[in-house]
Design a protein around this ligand. Structure first.
Ligand code: NAG
Ligand code: NAG
Ligand code: NAG
Ligand code: NAG
Ligand code: NAG
Ligand code: NAG
Length: 337
């Protein structure tokens, strides 16, 4: 038992290294896929499209420092393995917290148009950071990367959902986050219009190509958190996740959501059993490996939904996006060949 545990711990050494940017290859033309298909999508509203997104977008790199006040799943399993292997908790848990391996700029260049940005207040440095239990990059750097992308690609739009706010921020800390967001992205932000009565062309022509949501919103600039209707299966089992999404899409087709866009998650969520299962070599050892189990099933799901003339929500998010067919299905779902 212990030997096998040691064998998988040594695997962590590789999985925990810095993201693999050098080997990143974007889909051809993914960087400006919206601009190059304006003849098809330019006149459409966000409600008429399905945009590709990443889940836990900031969790492409994480430090070894937990965010004070942040909660985490699989607590028991991490503790058991940590004790058994005499490894620090952080070594055991990090492989299950990293959801992506490309930085934010690369995600956007890779075609991703929705960023799931989990913001926490780190009271030691008094800064806002992204986190997945462990602290990742500063929020300021992520916002700057998004701004850089919007500058570099003038025909592309980005939706940014800023959420969580763990670490016990004060009202003043939250006001500072809002101000920082306005300072960096303000000139790009499309004003709040919960009827979603505007088209991609409207956004591009006005130069206001970002939608930013935060829990409480902010004036008519930052959209309220519930402008995005979130769904996810919360299961590590592919079949359960697919069944959940099949039902969710069918329900969505029956719903009228006047003030919201709808998000589908093509993601598996590890539980204690998944983490303990790591001791078996054939089982996934990381969240990225778990994603690689689910991702190959996406095209069939999309084809099945499209055969029923269903729309797969307005945002479709995924882990380890560059190992998936997310862009292929994006073109398909939006009628772009
Ligand atoms: C980075 O990519 C190379 C080539 O695909 C691969 O051999 C290597 O294992 C990767 N490293 C990590 C940390 O994923
Ligand atoms: C921002 O972009 C730079 C340059 O592409 C990259 O090195 C860095 O990792 C990115 N940072 C984040 C937080 O995405
Ligand atoms: C940060 O917050 C944690 C949890 O509330 C607390 O235990 C710690 O003392 C705080 N540290 C600082 C420097 O304020
Ligand atoms: C927005 O609303 C106006 C007035 O109700 C309507 O004429 C227009 O067609 C709508 N535009 C879109 C993109 O739905
Ligand atoms: C959608 O609505 C129709 C008609 O009301 C109903 O028969 C069907 O069961 C509903 N489907 C779902 C998935 O809610
Ligand atoms: C996506 O499409 C590209 C070319 O359009 C193709 O080369 C690639 O194999 C496809 N990927 C998947 C996973 O279907």
């Amino acid at each position: 038992m212990l030997l096998r545990l040691i064998a998988f711990i040594s695997f962590f050494a590789v999985a925990c290294s810095k993201p693999n940017s050098s080997t990143f290859k974007a889909y051809p033309k993914a960087s400006s896929w919206m601009g190059s298909s304006l003849n098809i999508i330019g006149g459409k509203t966000l409600k008429q499209l399905t945009l590709p997104g990443t889940h836990d977008s900031g969790a492409f790199w994480l430090s070894d420092t937990p965010l004070p006040g942040a909660d985490y799943a699989c607590h028991n399993a991490f503790e058991i393995i940590s004790k058994e292997t005499e490894q620090p908790m952080v070594t055991v848990m990090k492989p299950w917290e990293l959801a992506q391996d490309q930085n934010i700029y690369n995600q956007l260049v890779g075609g991703i148009r929705y960023i799931d940005l989990r913001a926490g207040y780190y009271n030691v440095t008094n800064t806002w950071v992204t986190f997945h239990y462990l602290i990742g990059s500063p929020i300021i750097e992520i916002l700057q990367n998004i701004s850089q992308f919007l500058n570099d690609y003038p025909t592309e739009i980005v939706i940014i959902e800023i959420s969580h706010f763990d670490g016990y921020p004060t009202a003043q800390n939250i006001a500072d986050l809002q101000q920082m967001t306005l300072n960096i992205l303000g000139k790009f932000i499309y004003p709040v219009d919960l009827a979603f009565n505007f088209t991609i062309n409207d956004m591009i022509n006005s130069g206001k190509r970002a939608i930013v949501t935060m829990e409480s919103g902010y004036g008519n600039v930052i959209w309220p958190g519930d402008s995005i209707y979130n769904t996810y299966a919360d299961s590590p089992v592919v079949k359960t996740m697919i069944n959940f999404n099949t039902q969710t899409v069918a329900q969505y087709m029956n719903m009228t959501l006047p003030y919201q866009i709808f998000k589908i998650s093509w993601t598996l969520t590890p539980n204690d059993q998944t983490v303990i299962g790591t001791v078996k070599p054939k089982n996934p050892h990381t969240l990225i490996e778990l994603a690689d189990i689910a991702n190959p099933y996406l095209p069939d799901f999309v084809n099945e939904m499209m055969a029923k003339r269903y729309q797969i929500g307005n945002i479709l998010i995924i882990d380890h996006f560059e190992s998936s067919a997310i862009m292929n299905v994006t073109y398909l779902m939006n009628g772009i060949s």
